[in-house]
Design a protein around this ligand. Structure first.
Ligand code: 4AD
Ligand code: MG
Length: 505
C-alpha cells in the first residue's frame, strides 16, 4: 500500500491505496470518485468494462465517506485534483457509510461546527490543518536552531498574568486555581535558568463574546530571553514571523492554492516590518498624519467609493441576467446557468453590504478614537491598511498594558511593550515587550492592578536573585494560522475550537 502523497514516484505503475470516497459522480459506465486517504486527494476512475459489473455497481452505490481500497494504474493528469488519476482495476469496500450529513451543497457555519468531527475531512479543513502543522514545525525549527530550550509552563496556576477579567477559575483540591492565560511569568523564571527559552502550550481566556479573533482555548508560543531589551525583542519577533511565514509560502503552495489564498500580502513579510510608537500610530489612525501622501480618512473614503461602485456593477449584472431570463428567448440550460450566476451575485451583494458596514465602523473609530486608549480590532485594521504589511507598534501608555511591562525611562508614562499587527484586517498576532526589573515598581503595579501579592512572591524573587534586563513575547498560533490561510474566522484554525457557547464536539 502507498499514499496519495507518493503518487508522483509511482507514475505508470499499478498501486494500492486505502481511503475514503469524498465525492463521486457517474456517467455511462464510468464512476469518477474524488478519493482521499488523509495524505491528499486524487481522482479515481472506475470503468465498468475494466472492473466488471459487480464492482462497478458497488462503486456506483457507494455512499459518500465510505471507506475502501482501490488498486489501479497511476496516470499523470494536471487537470485533476492532486495532479494524478487512478485508473482503477479492482476495488474493495471496507465499510459502507450511512447517509453523510455534509454533502457537496452549501451548509451553514453552525451546522458545520456541530459536525466539526466530520467537517475536518473536507479538503479546505484538511489544507488548513496541514498549514497549521507546518507552522508548528517551523516555530520549533526557528527556536531550536537558535539555541532556545523549550520548557513547559503549568496550566493550573495561582497567578493572573493578563488581568483578572477573563480568568477561568477551577477547583484545585478545594482551593481556587486558574487555567493559565499565559506562560510568561514562568517563562521569566525559566529564562533565568536557561537564558533563552520558549513555551508552547494551551492558554485559556474567558472571552464572553463571539468574535472572529477570540477563542477560549488557544495555543501560545512564548519565548523569553535574558539580557534582551525591547529593540532586540522586536528584531526577534520580525525574524521569527518572517521565517515561519516564508517556510509556509515555500512549502505549502498546494495547500494555499486549495484555500484560494492570494499571497501578495504574505510575500511582504520578506521586506522590513514597519515599526512605530503608539503615539504615531494614533496620529495615523485618527487621520492627523499622512502615509504615502494620504490620510486614513482619505483611504477609507476611497474604500467606501470602491464598494459603492462594486455594488452598482453587481446590481446591474443581476438586472441584465434577470431581463435575459424574462425575455423568454433562452433555452432551459441557459436559464439555469443565468439563475445560478444571479444567486452567486446576490450572495456577493450581501458580502458587499457587510464590507460597507465594516468600513463605516472603521471611519467611526478613526473619528472617535481617544488618544491613550488601547486599540480595538477596527483601529488595528485602519492602521495596517495604510501599509499593507506587518506593523509593530511599541511604547504603549502604561495604563493599557499589563503590570509586568517596563516603563521607558526616557519616555515616562509609556511601557516598553510591542504588538505586531498583521495586515488584511488580521490585527494583533504578537504581544510582548521588555519586563519591569525594578522590584518596588513591580510591587506597586501589583497593588495598582489589585492582584494578590502572595501569589507573586516567587515572581518577585526573580528580581532579588541576579536581576537582569529581559524580554519576551507571545504569538497566538491560531491568529497566525488565520492570517496565513486567509480565513474569515478563527474557529477554522484549530481542530476542535473552544469559544463562548461551544463545548461540543
Ligand atoms: O497580548 P497577549 O495577551 O500577551 C500575553 O499573554 C503575554 N503574556 C505574552 C508574552 O509576552 N509572553 O497575548 C499574546 C497573543 C496575542 O497577540 C494574540 O495573538 C493571542 O495571544 N491571543 C489570542 N488568540 C486567540 N484567542 C484569544 N482569546 C487570544 N488572546 C490573545
Ligand atoms: Mg495583547
Amino acid at each position: 500500500m502507498i499514499y496519495i502523497k507518493q503518487l508522483a514516484q509511482h507514475e505508470g505503475q499499478t498501486v494500492q491505496l486505502s481511503g475514503w470516497n469524498a465525492q463521486k459522480r457517474d456517467s455511462k459506465g464510468l464512476v469518477f470518485m474524488t478519493f482521499r486517504d488523509g495524505t491528499g486527494f486524487c481522482q479515481a476512475v472506475i470503468d465498468l468494462n475494466v472492473v466488471g459489473e459487480e464492482s462497478f455497481e458497488a462503486a456506483k452505490r457507494l455512499p459518500q465517506e465510505s471507506s475502501l481500497s482501490i488498486t489501479g494504474k497511476v496516470v499523470k493528469d494536471e487537470r485533476q485534483i492532486g495532479g494524478f488519476e487512478i485508473q482503477v482495476t479492482s476495488l474493495q469496500v471496507i465499510a459502507e457509510a450511512t447517509e453523510y450529513p455534509i454533502t457537496p451543497k452549501e451548509h451553514g457555519v453552525d451546522f458545520l461546527m456541530d459536525n466539526r468531527h466530520l467537517w475536518l475531512r473536507s479538503r479546505r479543513q484538511w489544507a488548513i490543518m496541514r498549514v497549521r502543522n507546518r507552522i508548528i514545525f517551523a516555530i520549533h525549527e526557528f527556536f531550536q536552531s537558535r539555541g532556545f530550550v523549550q520548557m513547559d509552563a503549568p496550566i493550573f496556576t495561582g497567578n493572573a498574568c493578563e488581568g483578572t477579567t477573563n480568568l477561568f477559575e477551577t477547583d484545585y483540591y478545594g482551593e481556587p486555581a486558574y487555567l493559565s492565560q499565559s506562560g510568561q511569568l514562568y517563562g521569566e523564571a525559566m529564562a533565568m535558568a536557561q537564558g533563552l527559552i520558549y513555551t508552547f502550550g494551551p492558554t485559556f481566556r474567558a472571552e464572553k463574546s463571539k468574535t472572529r479573533r477570540h477563542l477560549s482555548e488557544f495555543w501560545m508560543i512564548e519565548p523569553e530571553m535574558a539580557f534582551y531589551d525591547l529593540k532586540m525583542d522586536m528584531d526577534l519577533i520580525e525574524d521569527f514571523v518572517r521565517s515561519v511565514v516564508t517556510k509556509v509560502l515555500d512549502e505549502c503552495a498546494d495547500e494555499l492554492k486549495a484555500l484560494e489564498r492570494e499571497t501578495s500580502y504574505l510575500e511582504k513579510v520578506r521586506e522590513p516590518f514597519i515599526r512605530m510608537k503608539y503615539e504615531d500610530a494614533v496620529s495615523i489612525i485618527k487621520g492627523e498624519k499622512e502615509v504615502n501622501g494620504r490620510t486614513s480618512l482619505v483611504m477609507l473614503a476611497e474604500e467606501q467609493q470602491k464598494l459603492v461602485d462594486e455594488k452598482l456593477a453587481t446590481e446591474n449584472e443581476i438586472a441584465e441576467r434577470e431581463a435575459k431570463i424574462k425575455s423568454g428567448e433562452l433555452k432551459k440550460g441557459e436559464i439555469n446557468f443565468n439563475q445560478s450566476k444571479i444567486d452567486k451575485l446576490k450572495a456577493q451583494l450581501t458580502d458587499i453590504a457587510e464590507r460597507q458596514q465594516a468600513v463605516e465602523q472603521w471611519i467611526h473609530s478613526a473619528n472617535t478614537f481617544e488618544r491613550g486608549n488601547d486599540f480595538g480590532g477596527g483601529d488595528e485594521t485602519v492602521l495596517t491598511k495604510m501599509f499593507g504589511q506587518p506593523v509593530m507598534v511599541y511604547n504603549w501608555p502604561q495604563a493599557v498594558k499589563a503590570f509586568y511591562m517596563k516603563e521607558d525611562e526616557t519616555d515616562k508614562g509609556y511601557a516598553k511593550g510591542v504588538d505586531l499587527l498583521a495586515p488584511e484586517g488580521y490585527g494583533e498576532v504578537v504581544g510582548g515587550g521588555e519586563r519591569e526589573t525594578d522590584i518596588e515598581r513591580l510591587k506597586s503595579k501589583i497593588i495598582e492592578h489589585e492582584l494578590p501579592m502572595s501569589a507573586f512572591e516567587w515572581y518577585l524573587d526573580l528580581r532579588k536573585f541576579g536581576n537582569v534586563p529581559h524580554s519576551g513575547f507571545g504569538l497566538g498560533l491560531e491568529r497566525l494560522v488565520a492570517w496565513i490561510c486567509g480565513l474569515q474566522h478563527i474557529r477554522e484554525t484549530i481542530p476542535f475550537p473552544r469559544s463562548y457557547g461551544r463545548l461540543l464536539p
